[in-house]
Design a protein around this ligand. Structure first.
Ligand SMILES: Nc1ncnc2c1ncn2[C@@H]1O[C@H](COP(=O)(O)OP(=O)(O)OP(=O)(O)O)[C@@H](O)[C@H]1O
Length: 283
């Protein structure tokens, strides 16, 4: 089988810290993956590798048939759409929304060329419409709400018609209405058979859009807790192990919920934090 993503023994070390530890992961065409795990589990680091922005310290990462270290990443990157907080920070606030999307075709932020191909402009308009932000095309990016910005960022990431689309925490900072609008836009994307393979990073099971098929659940230090079909992986037992907390998972109407099994379940976590603080020099 030819994989869209094929990682073997992927390890990332920074100094004495192991961020990802011998991670194996395969993603096939047509799949829609959720990547979930606690703070610091290594999700963003893993997405940096999956989007050809970082090489592993050891192990092999093959993306769209090309192995990192043996390919010109500048040729590979346009085939992979990425929306992340780090990329969003590079978008100038005074850029027109239409230009934020269309400039992705040229791998730049900030309008640098006066004449864009008409086809590119048409595609940008179509994408803005698909994410219900076409009415904002002539506004500057800096004037948009967080929810509107997130949808513009996803439209931008789709501009090059990528084979793989990576969304690193698109729900962060959204209110309930913004989150639900995003979930519904992503559910539509997931349902469309012409959509690229999707990887969606989140901390919250409530943000999993209907139509997502698989989950990679990371525990501390980038260890894989479980990986596979969503309904097999997202169990109370697996989620509790990944977060070190006694959690209950519920599923209904295509959506997911999680909460502490009992009020006492979080006590161990409070105690751990208290101990950490009291061992600090001024704790
Ligand atoms: N360049 C670096 N040098 C040292 N440590 C790093 C470096 N980059 C990341 N880390 C550490 O690696 C760990 C994983 O970071 P990463 O951002 O990938 O996690 P994450 O799962 O995306 O976290 P979050 O959910 O909080 O966004 C963190 O503990 C972070 O501090």
């Amino acid at each position: 089988m030819s994989w869209v993503l094929d990682l073997h023994g992927v390890t990332v070390r920074r100094g004495a810290t192991t961020i990802l530890d011998a991670l194996d992961w395969q993603v096939a065409d047509g799949e829609r993956w959720i990547v979930l795990g606690p703070n610091g589990a290594g999700k963003t680091t893993l997405m940096q590798i999956a989007s050809a922005r970082m090489h592993p310290t050891s192990g092999t990462a093959t993306l769209l048939g090309e192995t990192l270290g043996r390919v010109d990443v500048f040729e590979l990157r346009p085939r992979i759409g990425l929306a992340s907080a780090a990329l969003a920070e590079q978008i100038p606030g005074d850029e027109l929304v239409r230009d934020v999307v269309v400039t992705a075709a040229y791998g730049v932020t900030g309008r640098w060329r006066e004449q864009y191909e008409e086809l590119d402009t048409e595609r940008a308009t179509e994408l803005l419409r698909a994410f219900d932000v076409d009415a904002l095309a002539n506004r500057t990016y800096g004037t948009l709400s967080e929810g509107e910005r997130k949808r513009v960022q996803i439209a931008r990431a789709l501009m090059t018609d990528p084979e793989l689309l990576i969304l690193d925490e698109p729900g962060a900072g959204l209110d309930l209405g913004g989150r639900e609008e995003l979930v519904s836009a992503l559910a539509e994307l997931a349902r469309d058979p012409h959509s690229p393979v999707l990887l969606l990073v989140t901390h919250h099971v409530e943000e999993i859009p209907p139509g997502f098929t698989h989950m990679l659940l990371l525990g501390p230090h980038g260890a894989v807790q479980a990986a596979g079909p969503l309904e097999e992986v997202l169990t109370s037992q697996n989620l509790s192990a990944a977060f070190g907390l006694d959690l209950l998972v519920a599923h209904g109407g295509g959506r997911w919920l999680a909460r502490a099994a009992t009020p006492a379940a979080t006590q161990g976590r409070h105690q751990e934090r208290h101990q950490e603080r009291s061992t600090l020099p001024n704790g």
